[in-house]
Design a protein around this ligand. Structure first.
Ligand code: PEP
Ligand code: MN
Length: 349
């Protein structure tokens, strides 16, 4: 069991150095994370009550905690209350349910704006669209790149919606930072640690999708990489895992939602689209996720799925999305949550 030393806000650099030196003298390995609001020093090693007492007495120290999980900053032991934060006008986490919707990929101005308007009208609070697409085949459409990012920014501004898009390469982090409000880390990159460190150094929220063969603990360790760099705005997403069941694209692990929420304070979303792989299965899986307590869903919508350049078979039509939103609202109420809908003024503000 390791120790975590939380420094007082406004503590002096000398205090921090003294704490790090003392941790090393006590036989632990110090790890400093400087956040926007507070600085934390991890003391990695065997739990020792005396070491804890000694560290508690050093100047500038606010609190010393013993944390049993391998993930520290992501754990409920470290932070008991749900993490809640705002992205533009949208409040994420806690009792707030946010629906992210849009096309899988940004394909054209027309589709992005059409779908964007439809999902906004239906009550989605965040607009999705991929400009860099991770494809199983190197010959498949891999996204519009920078041009796509520009369209996304334009659509987000026109519709007054925060935007989310996937970043696949640490070298693209600064470009994506300029154009989108939330970084999406795809399932295939969940353990791309250099990418996680890079987005962790920014001040924009990071949406991490569970890898197709990753355990909940591994997902939380990925969150820890981002948190360790001082970025505390992380969202986790269950998007289906690989099992023997082949009727669906992946198997949505609904149980992961309450399991993660028990272990972590971070908001948990569900992605029914990639789990299902088929549009008819998207509504029941989305509802299952919301009923299990997910604090949001990310749903692929397309106005003309037959022509979609990516993931057409799982894209729901705008009219079906609208119906699904009504059901999500009712179900969210039933579990003590509420759907954020800035357009309808029902956010928790
Ligand atoms: C996506 O959201 O379009 C996507 C590629 O998702 P995942 O990384 O979960 O496969
Ligand atoms: Mn997709």
């Amino acid at each position: 069991m390791d120790l975590i030393v939380v420094m007082k806000s406004g503590s002096a650099p000398d205090d921090l150095q003294r704490v790090a030196d003392r941790i090393a003298e006590l036989g632990f390995k110090p790890h400093i994370s400087r956040g926007e609001f507070r600085t934390i020093v991890g003391a990695i090693g065997e739990y020792d009550p005396e070491a804890r007492q000694q560290l508690e007495q050093l100047p500038g120290v606010d609190e010393v905690m013993a944390i049993s999980q391998p993930y520290k900053l992501a754990s409920r032991e470290f932070h008991e209350a749900d993490t809640i934060f705002d992205v533009k006008d949208v409040r994420i986490g806690g009792p707030n349910v946010n629906i992210i919707a849009g096309p899988c990929a940004i394909e054209s101005r027309e589709v992005l704006f059409d779908v964007g308007k439809a999902v906004k009208d239906a009550g989605a609070s965040i607009l999705r669209g991929g400009a860099f697409k991770p494809r199983t085949s190197p010959y498949a459409f891999s996204g519009m790149g920078k041009e796509g990012l520009e369209l996304l920014r334009e659509a987000g501004a026109a519709l007054d919606m925060p935007t989310i898009t996937e970043v696949m390469d640490p070298r693209d982090v600064s470009a994506v930072y300029e154009f989108a409000d939330i970084f999406q880390i795809g399932a295939r990159n969940m353990q791309n640690y250099n990418l996680l460190l890079e987005v962790g150094k920014t001040d924009k929220p990071v949406f991490i999708k569970r890898g197709i063969a990753a355990s909940v603990t591994e997902l939380l360790m990925s969150a820890e990489y981002v948190l360790s760099q001082g970025n505390h705005r992380v969202i986790l997403c269950e998007r289906g895992i690989r099992t023997f069941a082949d009727e669906t694209r992946f198997t949505l692990d609904v149980s992961a939602i309450p399991v993660i929420q028990e272990r972590s304070h971070l908001p948990v979303f569900v992605d029914p689209s990639h789990a299902a792989g088929k549009r008819d299965l998207v509504p029941p899986l989305a509802l299952a996720g919301i009923a299990a307590g997910a604090q949001g869903a990310i749903i692929e919508v397309h106005s003309c799925p037959d022509r979609a350049l990516c993931d057409g078979p799982q894209a729901v039509l705008p009219k079906n999305f609208q119906k699904l939103m009504q059901q999500i609202r009712q179900l969210a109420d039933l579990v003590g949550h509420r759907v954020s809908d800035p357009g309808r003024n029902t956010t928790n503000k």
